[in-house]
Design a binder for this molecule. Structure first.
Ligand code: NAI
Length: 416
């Protein structure tokens, strides 16, 4: 019998099953999403009583009923960035770890940014459209090399910093503005204020998350502060830019062009018509949120999420987890020399919970060789390492004792 079973839906990349197999997780793959009823019965259908995972993308909804109906469900892999399709509060209260893949498409987005900087600068889309319509416009008017031009990056995180490196390879000057202190890569310069960056860049590229601070951060005033003839790129989140204001800046000629991949309202499916005030403008590259849509990103997502699930199975590690507190504890060398088990306990974070757990440990009369705790709001995650083989009856007694506490949500026994 494998250590765990995983149901992988929505045609996940093959890397997901390959990586899970290395953790002794047997996978069942389906190319489609499942309804609530179908999901429940597919998850209940696995043999044995070991842990069960489900891997989804955006189309499968994991509703509160799924958690109630499948207590063996210990973790969910969202093989994408968004996790809105999962009842996260219920997952957290049920002690179910949810992992996603926020960084696997970093390089894909950065490459598209660089491609679009060149395309905008050479007016490729307007010239291509004209050529498709039979017009032969080969003049150099308004077309420029990007070498020596300044790229201003707003948000110097994973994507912004990758774009910075690639832009320098093309001979661009790079400057960035970030609310956090960030180490500049290559020859990039830090700029102290958004206004200073806007007024001194030939291309402004946005790479910030969607937060209260970033929503609407590029409005009329900021567009006015940009250089005349500059270009704006938004491949971050749709609500960061005021689209009607951007349209006005483009139509008036203040901005020479823009590339936009994300929108305040995006169609929910391929049948829905895409509406935007930017449609029909020649100097705007519109793409349907494809910044991270590459085969390579999908393969990386498969690996990233499958490894996160595997580490959770192996050691209880929740690094990058969306629902449970983030916790990792290396296995101490002394433990590696002999048999050792880890109790992974998700509990309600209420007064007295730790002393109740420690009482159970004391009653079992075993020494603790490693312990770590992390809490977020009403949920706590505790690791207790003990020098017992997992098939030692005292280890299971310890797990049972902790699991029986009213405050315990989920308690697993792992063999280190
Ligand atoms: P990240 O978290 O690594 O970096 C974001 C950076 O923005 C951080 O350095 C942060 O300090 C900075 N920041 C936050 N608020 C700011 C503010 N008010 N002003 C200035 N800087 C601020 O994120 P990552 O991975 O680089 O992603 C950036 C954006 O790209 C995200 O919004 C993400 O959703 C989006 N994205 C878009 C994709 C697409 O298909 N178009 C694919 C992947 C990500």
């Amino acid at each position: 019998m494998p250590r765990a079973h995983a149901l992988l839906l929505e045609n996940l990349h093959a890397t997901a099953s390959e990586v899970l197999a290395t953790y002794d997780v047997e996978t069942r793959r389906l190319s489609t999403a499942l309804s609530e009823d179908e999901l429940v019965s597919a998850l209940q259908d696995f043999p044995g009583d070991g842990p069960v995972f489900v891997g989804i993308r955006s189309k499968t909804h994991v509703t509160p009923r799924v958690f109630d109906a499948v207590p063996r469900l210990v973790a969910i892999g969202a093989f994408c960035i968004g996790t809105d399709q999962i009842a996260l509060d219920v997952a957290r209260r049920s002690g179910v770890a949810v992992f996603n893949a926020p960084f696997s498409s970093t390089r894909s987005v950065a490459e598209l940014v660089i491609a679009e900087v060149v395309m905008l600068s050479r007016q490729v889309f307007a010239r291509s459209k004209a050529a498709h319509e039979g017009h032969w416009d080969k003049s150099a008017t308004g077309a420029h090399e990007v070498r020596g031009k300044t790229l201003g990056i707003i948000g110097y995180g994973h994507i912004g910093s990758q774009a910075s490196i690639l832009a320098e390879a093309l001979g661009m000057q790079v400057q960035f503005y970030d609310i956090d202190k960030k180490l500049p890569l290559g020859n990039a310069n830090v700029v102290d204020s958004l206004e200073a960056l806007l007024g001194s860049s030939d291309f402004v590229s946005l790479h910030v998350p969607d937060t209260e601070l970033t929503r609407g951060m590029i409005g009329r005033e900021q567009l006015c502060a940009m250089r005349r003839g500059a270009y704006l790129l938004n491949l971050s989140r749709g609500k960061v830019v005021d689209i009607p204001a951007l349209r006005d800046a483009l139509v008036s000629g203040h901005l020479a062009g823009a590339a936009v991949d994300v929108y305040p309202r995006e169609p929910a499916n391929t049948k829905e018509v895409f509406e935007s005030e930017l449609r029909g403008l020649d100097n705007v590259i519109l793409t349907p949120h494809i910044g991270g849509s590459t085969q390579e990103a999908q393969a990386n997502i498969g690996r990233e999420v499958a490894h996160a699930l595997g580490h959770y199975l192996d050691h209880g590690s929740t690094l990058g987890c969306v629902t449970l507190p983030s916790l990792d504890l290396p296995v101490p060398t002394s433990v590696r020399r002999g048999p050792a088990s880890r109790i992974v306990n998700v509990h309600q974070n209420v007064p007295g919970v730790l002393s109740a757990i420690n009482r159970v440990v004391a009653e079992t009369n075993v020494n603790i060789v490693g312990q770590a705790l992390a809490t977020v709001e009403d949920v706590g995650l505790l690791f207790i390492d003990v020098p017992l083989a997992a098939d030692d009856p005292r280890a299971e007694k310890l797990r049972e004792g902790i699991s029986a506490l009213d405050t315990s949500v989920r308690t697993r026994l792992l063999w280190l």
